[in-house]
Design a binder for this molecule. Structure first.
Ligand code: ADP
Ligand code: MG
Length: 275
């Protein structure tokens, strides 16, 4: 991935979104909420990492934020407006997603899948030269150029994940929502994706399995447990030995990373003596 330049900047909108979550709850059945009530504000340009044990409700919360789940109570406001009062297309013009389970065998090539990212902004004509140039640029940014003609179904999990990120960036979002985007990536690509997210001008909400990655990159971390906010704040405030113990039932070694100064975490089971 192109490092240390601002090439990522062209792939975000001009108006980083503010998101307000007001007293939000959601569940599959009305009387039985899975998440919430949750209230919080996400500032324009902020990068918020969402962490929590399996089943904590991370994906459910994200689905409420990109207007897939309609809340049971409360609302989600995009720059002040309830997302359910907006047209789906209006939301799609500003909010891009990278999700876990995406159908991958339409028989489309990598270039064609990525080009779908242009759809929300299109007037109805086919791709023009600027479009082709933007597709090439985002493929270059994500180190996917050599895979452009390949059928998506033939890619590795990590390559496919990068394709989905490229497609989302081509949407030039003001808000980018990613559900565990680093899952299939090797360490280098994990760090590169997180580094890219940090550099993007848009607001970013990303769920991550890896507390260390979240801690090393996010502006704030939201620790979700049992559908509730267990902790939120700067990484060192939200991810403490006690908040991690309560949510994950593991012990944590915590210090400052000598190279970056950010919190460094490693984990062990409570019954494994460290002396
Ligand atoms: P996470 O992403 O943190 O692992 P999820 O949001 O996927 O958690 O799920 C939270 C809980 O809600 C899980 O117990 C899951 O089984 C349940 N759940 C999620 N979606 C639905 C649904 N549509 N119907 C019933 N239960 C659901
Ligand atoms: Mg999930």
């Amino acid at each position: 991935m192109a490092q240390g330049d601002n090439s990522a900047d062209r792939f975000t909108g001009d108006r980083p979104a503010r998101l307000d979550i007001d007293d939000l709850s959601w569940g599959a059945q009305p009387g039985n909420p899975i998440i919430g009530p949750i209230s919080l504000a996400i500032q324009p340009g902020e990068m918020l990492a969402l962490v929590g044990p399996n089943g904590a409700g991370k994906s459910s919360l994200l689905r409420c934020l990109y207007r897939y789940h309609r809340p049971i109570t409360g609302q989600v406001r995009l720059d002040g407006e309830d997302i359910w009062s907006l047209q789906g297309k209006a939301v799609a013009r500003r909010v891009a997603t990278v999700l876990q389970e995406q159908a991958s065998d339409f028989g489309l090539s990598v270039a064609e899948i990525v080009e779908l990212g242009l759809t929300p902004h299109r007037g109805g004509w086919g791709a023009d030269r600027a479009d082709h140039e933007a597709v090439e640029a985002v493929l270059t940014l994500m180190e996917l150029s050599h895979l452009a003609p390949r059928d998506l179904a033939t890619l590795s999990g990590g390559e496919r994940q990068r394709v989905m990120i490229a497609r989302a960036l081509l949407q030039k979002p003001d808000l980018l929502i990613l559900d565990e985007p680093t899952n299939h990536l090797d360490i280098r690509h994990q760090l590169e994706v997180l580094d890219l997210l940090v550099r993007l001008r848009c607001t970013v909400i990303v769920s991550l399995h890896d507390l260390a990655l979240a801690s090393a990159h996010a502006d704030r971390v939201l620790l979700l447990d049992g559908g509730r906010v267990a902790a939120i704040g700067a990484p060192a405030e939200a991810l403490t030995r006690s908040s991690i113990r309560a949510a994950f039932a593991v012990e944590t070694l915590l210090d400052a990373h000598p190279a970056t100064g950010r919190p460094r975490l490693s984990f062990y089971l409570p019954n494994q003596n460290q002396e």
